[in-house]
Ligand binder design. Structure first.
Ligand SMILES: Cc1cc2nc3c(=O)[nH]c(=O)nc-3n(C[C@H](O)[C@H](O)[C@H](O)COP(=O)(O)OP(=O)(O)OC[C@H]3O[C@@H](n4cnc5c(N)ncnc54)[C@H](O)[C@@H]3O)c2cc1C
Ligand SMILES: *[C@@H]1O[C@H](CO)[C@@H](O)[C@H](O)[C@H]1NC(C)=O
Ligand SMILES: *[C@@H]1O[C@H](CO)[C@@H](O)[C@H](O)[C@H]1NC(C)=O
Ligand SMILES: *[C@@H]1O[C@H](CO)[C@@H](O)[C@H](O)[C@H]1NC(C)=O
Ligand SMILES: *[C@@H]1O[C@H](CO)[C@@H](O)[C@H](O)[C@H]1NC(C)=O
Ligand SMILES: *[C@@H]1O[C@H](CO)[C@@H](O)[C@H](O)[C@H]1NC(C)=O
Ligand SMILES: *[C@@H]1O[C@H](CO)[C@@H](O)[C@H](O)[C@H]1NC(C)=O
Ligand SMILES: *[C@@H]1O[C@H](CO)[C@@H](O)[C@H](O)[C@H]1NC(C)=O
Ligand SMILES: *[C@@H]1O[C@H](CO)[C@@H](O)[C@H](O)[C@H]1NC(C)=O
Ligand SMILES: *[C@@H]1O[C@H](CO)[C@@H](O)[C@H](O)[C@H]1NC(C)=O
Ligand SMILES: *[C@@H]1O[C@H](CO)[C@@H](O)[C@H](O)[C@H]1NC(C)=O
Ligand SMILES: *[C@@H]1O[C@H](CO)[C@@H](O)[C@H](O)[C@H]1NC(C)=O
Ligand SMILES: *[C@@H]1O[C@H](CO)[C@@H](O)[C@H](O)[C@H]1NC(C)=O
Length: 613
């Protein structure tokens, strides 16, 4: 029955209609909500939709931004890397001055739109490694977060686990996260991925690189020429190590985001209300049980000069405002370190020392080489006529270059075991299936396209930083931005690893397959010594946009770290959970969206189970 209903909803989604979208709080119906979800990125969209699958539960999701419908720049995969620039659907944050970046502040985009950052991201789909998830399970003492336990959420139909579930739940795993779909060019992708490890009927369409480029063969062939860089047929298998084809949240040539996969198809369910253009400014205590505050109130407003509204959930409030805004909201609500709160005259509701601490992100560094080629995507990017042709092709048929993400092949790589850094630093990776750094291959100059020349870029990204930063506030006003300090390149390990990653990229391009292709090191042209490479990194690195861990999970009863328990309830409270990238105790060695969809699926099951208990 549920499957049938879901199919009907999927069909109606093609019209893209929202039945229960409210654009101003004054329009909200007079209704008791069991659940109020704050923020509609992957975390909030998954939770709201799954909770609303119980048709007797009333769910309200509140999103600060508007609707992504019909915004072509968001739908076109090729434009993904351009969406970090200030646009109407971006919070436009910048970091605090970064010591490790020679004092620079760097841009820190976050999506402000239904679908959240999944509407402005690079669309790359990487789950993370088995070791990443097994470490989550280990540090939280909850085996439910292990790689094996989470398989039913990553996959779709056909898993044994379905047989072990109660009749009520049987139909649910059929529609979990992934559905492997064809590429826009319809080619046979055998050998580019292992189809059997992917879901076949989940909600998010996942595909291999949508169109081929001239560098693919060279990148892949290098893996059989240099033993240091093995081929990985599918980095979503649990073992990420090696170089292989990218996978993307792209279906039929268009972006798959949390809004068009999870929320839009559910928008005509009469128990799911979606309130947009409205910012939550605080969560409120509504009662007390055994001396523990119940936090079931949510206060919100369209802007700083409008009326303020309050709704009390009868069961739970779920914060899914993302790694930056969920800790900000907790602090604004008096849930955080008393000293920090009192300096802003915010009275403490719960003294929770680690809100906003433990913050991590990946460091991105662009390296580009001028190449000997008669065509790269630079030719599209600098030629408005050709660009318009490609755009038209996408508009007319959802075919061609614009159906592809700019990030092509990806590699996850480890420092050698005998690297001298390990004499003084304990390996910060989750284990041998996780990389220390990442390569992303791009068929053009990343940044402002030079007026001449054709380029290959490799972003070499640090994915296991030992630095930990923070998200704090310096104002008690919800309309002021939080203070974001990712502490980029703040440790010996971090700077060492990013320097090694540049050297590794240079070794990669010294392969026979690239010998007639690379003309010169374009950027950094003049840096060769470790010190020069370190300066290059400090002067040019930025974010890979993967902030996590600012509202970390830790074990039950752990008083030395963590903001939420293993079931994502906020420590020291009742009725309040956080479900977004912030709860991951470590940034995974992966682009982070897939892991957020996956943990949010389990979170929804934990919330449903708590309601039945
Ligand atoms: C430019 C960019 C590129 C990226 N590229 C990739 C990629 O290629 N692959 C990948 O896997 N990941 C990528 N990511 C990361 C990925 O998008 C995030 O990890 C993921 O979206 C996090 O989901 P979330 O639900 O935790 O938060 P978000 O997606 O950020 O969603 C939070 C939502 O809450 C809303 N919100 C915040 N505060 C409030 C409030 N007070 N009231 C109401 N609503 C509020 C926000 O507007 C937003 O819609 C990228 C991110 C960015 C920004
Ligand atoms: C469905 O939601 C209602 C109302 O919140 C709750 O009482 C009931 O237990 C839920 N059922 C299931 C199966 O979760
Ligand atoms: C971000 O910048 C864009 C472009 O200037 C603007 O339209 C948008 O409103 C800004 N976002 C916020 C939250 O101020
Ligand atoms: C890659 O290797 C295959 C198989 O050996 C070969 O056919 C192909 O031409 C090579 N491609 C490039 C770009 O070197
Ligand atoms: C929410 O609960 C609080 C505390 O019980 C109460 O004072 C307030 O009136 C309630 N608000 C709404 C809108 O029901
Ligand atoms: C603030 O919100 C109110 C209510 O939605 C609206 O009437 C008003 O125009 C908004 N003000 C600004 C400055 O956007
Ligand atoms: C906090 O309150 C005190 C006393 O009212 C006032 O002097 C101080 O300026 C306030 N601080 C802030 C940060 O608002
Ligand atoms: C580039 O050169 C190859 C042969 O080396 C040729 O097949 C191809 O058509 C050329 N492409 C363009 C855009 O000129
Ligand atoms: C730009 O693209 C158009 C259309 O493909 C092509 O005809 C033209 O020669 C290109 N211009 C340059 C300068 O390459
Ligand atoms: C894919 O997009 C094309 C062009 O918009 C459309 O005609 C077609 O129906 C879509 N296919 C699917 C399976 O959605
Ligand atoms: C690490 O081992 C490799 C060979 O296994 C060797 O070539 C390299 O020099 C060693 N590096 C160090 C720092 O000892
Ligand atoms: C490399 O060139 C840049 C830009 O011209 C310059 O700022 C930098 O100091 C040079 N670095 C070295 C090591 O020469
Ligand atoms: C946490 O501590 C309490 C009180 O010491 C104890 O009753 C409870 O079993 C502990 N919970 C876990 C999961 O260890």
């Amino acid at each position: 029955m549920r499957l049938l209903l879901s199919l009907l909803y999927a069909a109606s989604a093609l019209c893209g209609a929202y039945a229960a979208i409210y654009t101003d709080p004054s329009q909200l119906p007079d209704r008791q909500y069991d659940y109020v979800v704050v923020g509609a990125g992957p975390g909030g969209s998954v939770v709201a939709r799954r909770l609303a699958e119980n048709s007797t539960a009333n769910v309200l999701i509140i999103e600060a931004g508007g609707l992504p419908d019909d915004i072509e720049d968001i739908a076109i995969p090729y434009l993904g890397l351009t969406l970090g620039a200030p646009r109407p659907w971006n919070w436009n944050y910048t970091t605090a001055a970064q010591t490790g970046l020679n004092g620079r502040s760097v841009v820190y985009p976050r999506g402000k739109i239904l679908g959240g950052s999944s509407c402005i991201n690079g669309i790359v789909w990487t789950r993370g490694s088995k070791d990443d998830f097994d470490r989550f399970a280990r540090v939280t003492g909850d085996d439910g977060w292990s790689w094996d336990s989470l398989q039913p959420y990553m996959l779709g139909v056909g898993h044994v686990i379905i047989l072990l579930m109660s009749p009520l739940e049987v139909a649910e795993p059929i529609l979990k996260v992934e559905q492997l779909v064809p590429t826009s060019d319809g080619r046979d992708t055998d050998g580019e991925l292992v189809a059997s490890i992917h879901g076949t009927s989940g909600l998010v369409g996942i595909s291999s690189q949508n169109v081929l480029t001239d560098i693919d063969g060279r990148v892949i062939n290098t893996t059989s020429e240099l033993s240091e860089f093995p081929f990985n047929e599918d980095m979503n298998s649990g073992n990420t190590i090696g170089i292989g084809w990218g996978q993307y949240a792209i279906r039929n040539g268009s972006r798959q985001d949390a809004a068009n996969t999870y929320l839009e198809p559910a928008s005509n369910w009469d128990n799911l209300d979606v309130l947009i253009n409205t910012q939550v400014i605080k969560v409120l205590q509504t009662g007390e049980e055994d001396g523990v505050p119940i936090i079931n109130g949510v206060q919100f407003a369209p802007n700083s000069s409008s009326s303020v509204y309050t709704v009390n959930a009868t069961k739970e409030v779920i914060l899914s405002a993302g790694s930056i805004n969920s800790p900000q909201l907790l602090l604004l609500s008096g849930i955080g370190p008393t000293a920090e709160l009192s300096s802003l005259n915010i009275s403490t509701v719960v003294d929770l020392p680690y809100v906003g601490s433990n913050f991590q992100d990946h460091v991105l560094l662009v390296n580009s080489w001028e190449v000997n080629s008669n065509f790269t995507w630079d030719d599209i990017n600098r030629n408005t006529t050709l660009y318009a042709e490609k755009q038209e092709e996408w508009e007319n048929s959802r075919k061609g270059t614009f159906t592809a993400a700019e990030s092509l092949q990806i590699g996850w790589l480890r420092l050698p075991e005998n690297d001298t850094i390990f004499e003084t630093v304990q390996d910060p990776s989750a284990g041998s299936t996780s990389g220390h750094y990442e390569f992303v291959f791009v068929d053009n100059f990343v940044g402002t396209t030079p007026s001449t020349g054709r380029f290959l870029s490799i972003t070499t990204n640090l994915v296991t930083p030992t630095s930990r930063g923070s998200v704090t506030i310096n104002s008690s006003s919800p309309w002021d931005p939080p203070v974001i300090d990712p502490a980029f390149l703040n440790s010996d390990f971090d700077i060492h690893t990013i320097v090694e990653s540049i050297k590794a990229a240079r070794r990669y391009l010294a392969s026979p397959s690239f010998s007639d292709y690379i003309i010169d090191t374009a950027i950094p042209a003049n840096a060769t010594t470790d010190d020069e490479l370190a300066q290059f990194a400090r002067n040019n690195a930025g974010t890979v946009y993967h902030p996590t861990s600012s509202t970390s999970m830790s074990a039950w009863n752990d008083t030395t770290s963590g903001v939420v328990n293993p079931d994502l309830t906020v420590k020291g409270t009742k009725g309040l959970r956080v479900v977004d990238a912030g709860v991951l105790p470590y940034v995974p060695a992966a682009h982070t969206q897939a892991s957020v969809y996956i943990i949010a699926e389990r979170a929804a099951d934990l919330i449903k189970a708590a309601a039945r208990a």
